[in-house]
Design a protein around this ligand. Sequence first.
Ligand code: F6R
Length: 366
Amino acid sequence: EKAGYPHFMLKEIYEQPKAYRDTMNSRLSEKRDRVILPEITMSDEEIRSIRNIQIVACGTAYHAGLVGKMVIERMLRLPVETDVASEYRYRDPLVSRRTLTIVVSQSGETADTLAAMREAKSKGAHVLAITNVVGSTVAREADDVLVTWAGPEIAVASTKAYTSQLIAFYLLGLYMAQVRGSVKQEEIEQTIGAMQSLPEQVESILEQAESIQSYAEQIAVHNNLFFIGRGPDYLVAQEGSLKLKEISYIHSEAYAAGELKHGTLALIEDNVPVIALVTQPALAEKTVSNIKEVKARGGNVLGITCEDSAELQSEFDHTLFIPRTLDMLMPALSVIPLQLISYYASLARGNDVDKPRNLAKSVTVE
Ligand code: F6R
């Protein structure tokens, strides 16, 4: 059932190109110029009347929701908040009949996510679920459901579910933007075109697994590590850090690169590994200056950047080049090496990759 892979996690990492295609392809018009979501029951009028959007989820799904916020704010120019589901109720969230609440859950059974969803519903929000399990509790109770077609995810550490949640957000953002007229047709087509190249681009990253493994083996002896990035890179850094902690048990923190010098830089000393994501051309220069601060204190930097940014290589101790796509779509590529780093670091430490200690695949208690 692992189809020749030593672990479900590795199998699921390699299934991502297919998961992207399956989640995306049936939802594009034949001419590939529009997103079609017949499963969405919200009328165009309802979509036009949305005033604010709230995204609630836990763990990795929450990290997908952070990317969702960025995507929807860019495409719809509407205010979006992303909350950890377990915290959502405690702030007496501001919900109206013109609020769209998006719940994100691979399993569709997470207790905190369910509780947040019920709270939003009782306050009058329209609830849309992004889930991987048809017929799950979240899917049954939501007003609208967008299924991620990632296929069953067995490993406790979520990989293909996260990336197909990203694809779902891109599709949903484009769809609502079409209805609201907030993105030009040309840009819609350009985004769809770029999305269709993602599966092949993921494959080309997977081909670098060997060099990623050798880097992961080097960091596996450390007990402390940092991920840094700005903008979308920071969002992916947070997911990379969770994944690493979860299965390798190495303590790590994700920091907005600009925030390091406000305290955390004190923790950087000789040989502390720092994984820096530098995929956003408009933000690269500033992240590079943060990298220089890290290096001046002895930090050992892996730079993850795009193939067209060879000039950045001299700023890093190790470099991993990944393909370039639109800035907003970069998370769907840049998270792949981070998944592989956690996998190989966990393996090098002799951990049970698919069943990390203290964790369960579906968390049904609050
Ligand atoms: C981490 C992980 C968890 C889940 C979280 C939410 O790899 O898998 O953080 O993402 O427990 O689960 P779902 O998406 O099923 O609600």
